[in-house]
Write a protein that binds this ligand. Structure first.
Ligand code: SOE
Length: 360
């Protein structure tokens, strides 16, 4: 089956459904419909976002024999039950992160997936220059990885008047900033270096006890010291209360010969740091390796960005349904990995010491 003959459905009607559905459309899938938090919301989203029709319930959507794959874009705590319903109906599934609100929950979904094609949108992997950085580390260009430093900074939780379901533990889970964006940061560190984060030591902070009159159950920010399986050390900072930062996702990897820095808000260049003669490498397909070239779909000088990365993730996941495998596809294994890292982060903040990350 090729992507053009896939029929897909959506659970959830928010921002992520909009982003996913653009990718689905571009990949050539037919969109059958969507489920909202009420039948009326599902019907309205179907109309406004051109998502086929509104289904009244998850059960109704997953029992539609026409649907091959379901995108789960609902609040975090609903993922486990909904993913299980999709898998039980024999369908493939892309689930937003966090895949589960605990490591065990996410590992259970990975086990339940069996032969189904699964995806978790660690989409920053699909920036061509992230692939270039990874290829250069793999080829040994930067030497031995000595240390990593990274941040993911946002400011959308600055205003304590704003309530958001993510701050409610029952809907968002026990971790917010780390599970939501720290997971992307750790995924990039592991994806680019090829090493895993082995141990973490961490502190967290919750700036306001209440937001918009609702009790806040999870953190606004977290700071981590890490060690990797490759013997590198590192520091990571994650915050949703950093004024002026929107999606400030930056990783810098220092090797014994060279450094590489990727900044998600400037994804059209990577910095190659050298003791003498540092350079900014542009996303110019002529200067890139094959993996970066494949994902470089727009001529150099015309910026490619977040939605392009998302589209590539969806196209590759759909291609996997057709039996085509591609390098670097984030699956439920990566979603389960992120949930184990979140467990380790939370445990480290509780016990003020080093915690080993469980390898799932
Ligand atoms: C909100 O924090 C959010 O949309 C995340 O949920 C995404 O995963 C991240 O890519 C951008 O910010």
């Amino acid at each position: 089956m090729d992507a053009a003959s896939l029929t897909v459905g959506f659970l959830g009607t928010g921002f992520m459904t909009q982003v996913h559905s653009r990718g689905a459309r571009l990949a050539g899938a037919r969109i059958a419909g969507v489920v909202g938090s009420s039948p009326a919301k599902g019907a309205a989203a179907a109309r406004e976002l051109r998502l086929g029709r509104g289904y009244d319930s998850v059960a109704e959507l997953v029992s539609d024999p026409e649907i091959d794959l379901v995108h789960v874009c609902t609040p975090n705590a609903l993922h486990a039950e909904q993913v299980r319903a999709v898998l039980a109906a024999g369908k493939h599934v892309i689930c937003e992160k966090p895949l589960g609100v605990t490591g065990d929950e996410a590992a259970g979904l990975l086990a339940a997936a069996g032969d189904a094609v699964t995806g978790v949108p660690f989409v920053y992997r699909f920036h061509p220059l992230v692939r270039e950085a990874r290829a250069r580390v793999r080829a040994g260009d930067i030497g031995t990885v000595l240390h990593v430093n990274g941040v993911y900074l946002q400011d959308w939780m600055l205003d304590p008047a704003n309530h958001n379901w993510r701050a409610d533990g029952d809907a968002g889970g026990p971790s917010r900033a780390f599970a939501d964006i720290g997971s992307h940061l750790c995924d990039l560190v592991e994806f680019v270096t090829g090493d895993r984060i082995a141990r973490v030591c961490a502190v967290k902070s919750t700036v306001y006890a209440q937001r918009g009159g609702h009790v806040v159950d999870n953190e606004d920010a977290g700071a981590l010291l890490v060690t990797t399986t490759g013997g590198a050390i590192g520091t990571l900072l994650v915050s949703q209360v950093a004024p002026g930062r929107k999606n400030g996702l930056v990783i810098e990897i220092a090797g014994s010969a060279e450094s590489i820095r990727f900044d998600q808000e400037q994804p059209e260049t990577i910095w190659l740091g050298r003791a003498t003669g540092s350079v900014l490498l542009p996303r110019d397909p002529d200067q890139l390796g094959p993996d970066a070239q494949r994902l470089s779909i727009i001529p150099a000088g015309h910026p490619q960005g977040y939605q392009d990365a998302f589209n590539a993730f969806i196209a590759d996941t759909y291609a996997a349904v057709g039996g085509e495998t591609s390098d670097g596809l984030p699956t439920f294994a990566d979603g389960a990995r992120a949930a184990r890292l979140t467990d380790a982060f939370l445990a480290a903040t509780d016990q003020a010491g080093w915690v080993d990350v469980v390898d799932s």
